[in-house]
Design a protein around this ligand. Sequence first.
Ligand SMILES: *Cc1c(COP(=O)(O)O)cnc(C)c1O
Length: 226
Amino acid sequence: MAGDKLSKNLEEIRARIKQAAERSGRKQEEIELIAVSKNHPVAMIEFFREKGVNFFGENRVQELLEKDGQLAGVNWHFIGHLQRNKVKQLLRLENCRMIHSLDSLRLAREINQRAEQYNKIIPVLIEVNVAGDLNKFGLAPNDVFDFVQLLQQFKNIELKGLMTIAPYVANPEKVRPFFQKLSLLREQLWAKGYHFKELSMGMTNDYEVAIEEGSTMIRIGSGLFE
Ligand SMILES: *Cc1c(COP(=O)(O)O)cnc(C)c1O
């Protein structure tokens, strides 16, 4: 493991977060870095924890559980597509801090039921398919309003915000409208009385644009670990 390289990656990303925040009149503390550790060894997670990275994202339950077994007290964010038959294992973990990928009522029902069983309230984000990409999960933007209302019945789910994965394009300026759309959706929900603040948007290729458009959580994998 090349520690120098990882240190440099982290320094660069922190500097660029700060610059993007300043460009848009925001503070860097408003943006949480989620280090996406999928496909990378636990030694790297330990390295970044020592450098003050507080949250780690995984997209497969099995891999998250295996890593959790080798490390103590990592704050996990689950960011991948979640199958209902994996919810139980995930929610049994005390230190699964957030699910970014709620995308159906059936999944919400299962999450709520398991959270109740383990006597906890789990923070979640609704995944929104802002680009209408057929290969991606997530609700259509117009369906989010009804969905948020339906979620009110689930007492063990705490809605914290919205998440999206923008299409990969070489020029990140091209995905700015998708981030604007997610941000607007949060404003529209706010106006209807649904007050939540998180916008999980931005990955290695496009996080600076996402920050300029109001992201509060960026999910960075390759830019940190490779
Ligand atoms: C892998 C992954 C990321 C990180 O992607 P990079 O381009 O490597 O930064 C972010 N979000 C989700 C949902 C992912 O699956």
